[in-house]
Design a protein around this ligand. Structure first.
Ligand code: TYD
Ligand code: MG
Length: 467
């Protein structure tokens, strides 16, 4: 096509290159280049900006004269989601909800659209517009029926063209707009395909401008790429007010919502749901749910907190140390690195004088998680010693720390986030590296910290099995 040029854009920093590169020369990110189309000069839209005052020109104001904003919020009908949002959906805010396909994003939005349409505390019923680019009206109706949703003030639009969508919004004047999903929305003014970086950015900008000027609350669904990040330009996350991740185990029914960014609340909160045949149900006690069925007082089990990107996740490690019947004892690792396991075994044999050479060692991480982080070393070591010596690690204990070859415990990153997560999930004692608290005092309510310098000190948490 004349006037159309293909370029490669780094999805991290938006550096543009005429050819694909494995590593971005601007920000150093690997594998971040995506193909895109540069717009024809005449076709390209004029650069837009996000205007907080609805599009007028801003003038300098004295800081002292600024008013404190009072955020109006609507309850979504799901307390767990309200908690993550910081107390409800803020009027005039844009929330990006992302997660793997089939995790339940559309289900969640359908459920809350009913509640949002019914919040008429001020007397006026609120209109909700559900824009779907992925499902037909009939499919939406079917889902709503299954969820038991009447949808009194709910309006549905199955459209993907941004210009038409904006026209519909202008005529309906809804209070809440749900877009499922931002990757399906496209503009005629651009020649790149729907879902491309430019299209996503342009559509998001149009939506955000509208939200800020009309005071509409907007929820955008964002697909994830194969690395688990939000597909499209990184700048999308900067543009919106809140970014929520919806995640869960494919084989289990629980789902977790986390805020990785929230301009109107904390990002420490998580919301836990269970996917049932009637949609998502809130889980009142997440710690019980997540660690449900956890065997109590069984040697070999140890809880650990791992970071998945910026997100702390509690996992449970299990070790089984059994007398071998093979000439060379077997070692098998599921969920942790095999070489790392062997290294920790060697440290335990050499530094603590424990004998594993006559035993098979099997390691497993519950829930199909993979712990690639060295911060789980102490928990791996503890679970092995626990199984070998037939002593238990009490179930209120969580172990965090990296091990060096001398058996020393090294500091880990994000220690506070990990401890907070453990405290929230009901743990009352945390084995942590002494190096993390050496220079900086850490105190988290409800959890006792046990700083250790080496693996031998961690063994103090092991207890005799109660028959
Ligand atoms: P969906 O909301 O379509 O996921 P997403 O929009 O994130 O792709 O959820 C689809 C899954 O949820 C599907 O596998 C069926 C399941 N589900 C239930 O188990 N119960 C329900 O009531 C509904 C509506 C869906
Ligand atoms: Mg969907």
């Amino acid at each position: 096509m004349k006037g159309v040029k293909t370029v490669y854009i780094c999805s991290e920093c938006e550096y543009t290159s005429p050819k694909w590169m494995g590593k971005c020369t601007a920000c150093g990110a690997w594998n971040s280049f995506v193909e895109d189309v540069i717009e024809n000069e005449t076709k390209a839209s004029a650069p837009k900006r996000i205007a907080m005052n609805g599009g007028g020109t801003n003038h300098t104001q004295k800081f002292e004269d600024l008013d404190l904003p009072s955020y109006m919020r609507s309850e979504t009908g799901l307390g767990e989601l309200d908690r993550v949002l910081g107390g409800g959906l803020v009027h005039g805010s844009v929330v990006l909800l992302s997660g793997e396909p089939g995790i339940g994003k559309s289900t969640l939005l359908m459920q809350i659209s009913d509640a949002l349409g019914n919040t008429d505390k001020g007397g006026k019923p609120r209109n909700v517009l559900y824009i779907s680019g992925e499902e037909s009206g009939g499919q939406l109706k079917l889902r709503a029926k299954r969820l038991g949703i009447g949808g009194k003030n709910l309006h549905v639009l199955t459209e993907t063209n941004i210009e038409n969508i904006l026209d519909e919004i202008a005529s309906l004047k809804p209070d809440v707009v749900i877009v499922d999903s931002i990757q399906t929305v496209y503009s005629d003014r651009m020649s790149s395909a729907p879902g491309s970086t430019t299209q996503i950015k342009e559509s998001a900008l149009s939506f955000i401008n509208l939200t800020k000027s009309a005071g509409i609350s907007m929820l955008l669904v964002g697909h994830v790429n194969k690395e688990g990040g939000i597909a499209g330009p990184k700048v999308l996350e900067h543009m919106v007010d809140a970014v929520l991740y919806f995640e869960g185990e494919r084989h289990q029914s629980y789902r977790i919502i986390r805020a990785i960014k929230n301009r109107f609340g904390s990002t420490n909160e998580i919301g836990v749901f269970e996917m049932t045949d009637k949609g998502l149900e809130e889980v009142e006690n997440p710690s019980e749910m997540l660690l449900a069925g956890r065997p109590k007082n069984v040697p070999g089990n140890c809880a650990v907190c791992t970071m998945e990107g910026t997100r702390p996740i509690i996992a449970e490690i299990q070790a089984l140390v059994a007398q071998t019947t093979f000439p060379a004892p077997r070692r098998a690792a599921n969920g942790i690195d095999y070489n790392r396991m062997c290294l920790i075994l060697a440290v335990l044999e050499k530094r603590l004088g424990l004998k594993f050479f006559q035993s098979d060692v099997y390691m497993n991480v519950i829930g199909g998680l993979r712990l690639d982080e060295p911060a789980s070393d102490v928990a791996v070591a503890l679970s092995m010693v626990s199984s070998l010596t037939d002593r238990i690690i009490p179930d209120d204990v969580i172990a965090i720390g990296e091990l060096g070859l001398s058996g020393e415990c090294r500091a880990v990153s994000n220690i506070e986030a990990r401890i907070h997560e453990a405290a929230r999930l009901g743990f009352t004692r945390a084995v942590i590296p002494y190096r993390n608290v050496e220079k900086r005092k850490i105190a988290v309510e409800g959890i006792e910290l046990i700083p250790i310098k080496g693996i031998y000190e961690a063994l103090s948490v092991l207890k005799k099995k109660e028959e």
